[in-house]
Design a protein around this ligand. Structure first.
Ligand code: SF4
Length: 65
């Protein structure tokens, strides 16, 4: 059994060809967004973007019906 985000039930695919998606294990969180120093600091509320071949300790196998 290979542990891969794209086999995890929390993975939400964004791009199949480039093999990345979002981890939706938890609700989206606020993160600072880097901007030019002259710009105001921005906060974005996002899910983490991850590669399909990554994994973490929260992995749970996606149900295959
Ligand atoms: S393995 Fe971890 S990082 Fe990857 S989708 Fe699942 S919970 Fe998210």
């Amino acid at each position: 059994m290979s542990l891969r985000c794209d086999s995890c039930k929390f993975y939400h695919e964004l791009d199949k060809k480039e093999e990345f998606g979002q981890c939706r294990k938890y609700a989206p969180k606020a993160h600072p967004v880097s901007q030019d120093e002259l710009e105001e600091n921005l906060i974005a509320v996002i899910w983490p973007v991850i590669g399909a071949d990554e994994w973490c300790g929260e992995f749970q196998r996606k149900f295959q019906g």
